[in-house]
Design a protein around this ligand. Sequence first.
Ligand SMILES: Nc1nc2c(ncn2[C@@H]2O[C@H](COP(=O)(O)OP(=O)(O)O)[C@@H](O)[C@H]2O)c(=O)[nH]1
Ligand SMILES: [Mg+2]
Length: 485
Amino acid sequence: MQDRTDPIIAISTAPGKGAVGIVRISGHSLEGFTEILTKTKLEEKKVRFIKLKDTQGELIDEVLCIFFKGPNSYTGEDILEIQGHGGPIVLQRIVKHCLKISKLRDTATQAEQLPYLRIARPGEYSERAFLNNKIDLLQAEAIIDLIDASTEQASLGASRSLSGEFSKNIKELLSEITQTRVFIEAHIDFPEEEIGALEIQRIKEKLIKEIDISNKLLARTKNGLLLKEGINTVITGQPNAGKSSIMNALCQQDVSIVTDIEGTTRDLVRQHMQVDGIPINLIDTAGISFEKKDKIDPVEKIGIEKAWKELHTAELVIFVHDISRVFEKTYIETSLQILKEIERGQNKNTKLIHILNKSDLINENKDLELAKTYFDKLFQVNTLILSTKSSGELQKLRERILNDMGWSKDNSENVHLARSRHLQSIIKVKEHLEVAVSLFDSKILSLELIAEEMRLVQNALSEITGEYSSDDLLGEIFSTFCIGK
Ligand SMILES: Nc1nc2c(ncn2[C@@H]2O[C@H](COP(=O)(O)OP(=O)(O)O)[C@@H](O)[C@H]2O)c(=O)[nH]1
Ligand SMILES: [Mg+2]
């Protein structure tokens, strides 16, 4: 096991060529090493121009060096930042040279016997920042989320988490919970202090208020998770229903070929888009048909197999039907068969939106209503009537996607990015609080049982900020970071 106190080194800028590349070294007491490397004493937080030469005196690169003395640095340890020219070879030479110097120093007559410098593991700088209390776990995760953000909203959400807004919400709830818990535990420890009915009522009301806070937190966290993870969405339906037209309308560009020839879309067509800043991975697929095998083109058949694969892993399925064919028996039977097959292979959380497309082909409003009523009853759903020929109508679909995926409009301001582990913990918080409240209604009031639930609530909340996390969890979280972060 590599030691968490070893000095570490890594190239911190992205791989590839750039104007500038940064090598970062973090460790305790790096002054001695820095002096040997730069052949000068660096002042704290002052930029110095250095001609970095190898042990034979050959120039490696002309660099800028900045020294940060711990704990006033990103990791909380000493940090030496070397800004060189941004080519992979030159940066690797700088790293190699630093590793060599670190070993030389040991054999030289230097008094200090520090461990050798080693290459950092992915996420090790942020892990150290966390371990040295510079940031909490939510902020550490936000760093990587900020780098990964695929939309402006997601990037804003990550910045909010990084600035500690999400942590503040969690800590506020944690402090409320702690107060309530202390109060209950005090009564358990000093049973001679009789607890009155009024006080019991007060604790119960406090817990109810805390459930309310956790509900709000839950809604915001769900939003944050959508923002971070995006939605894997697959468009399906029978041939010619208008799937590719819907794909193009949502993306506002011609990504998928539209014709009135059945079987136009064969391969999967993927496009990344966003709805109100929520990233969506949209996949258009071949129209599904249960025609006899010899009647179907072999290429189209492969396309349909690919479509099924995507349908079984999608988070959201947009099922498109042609409204002008709703009263055709065989058409509806095929749609029902497709639906059955989708539901058979999917996990329970997948959401489905049915669309009755081509509404422009129906002249009378009452006929539209009739088709919708008939279809809704048959499929036990609430379909969306649409026409891809009118651009305004697509907004209805966008709103429906966000709504069905659980985007909470009331909590859409100041969204912070979230991960599923945060959501799981907040669900736990809510569940234990609810159990605690229900315990007040039991015949014999047991403060011990309530206190135990409160302890579990507190643990779940502390898990989020990392105050109560196992080493395994930390390892898992930081290993998803890139090297040099
Ligand atoms: N009238 C009308 N035609 C549509 C609409 N959407 C698509 N179409 C037409 O239906 C045909 C099939 O569309 P396409 O998007 O390729 O369907 P797909 O096979 O499901 O991908 C094309 O001729 C489209 O122009 C619509 O809302 N109204
Ligand atoms: Mg198509």
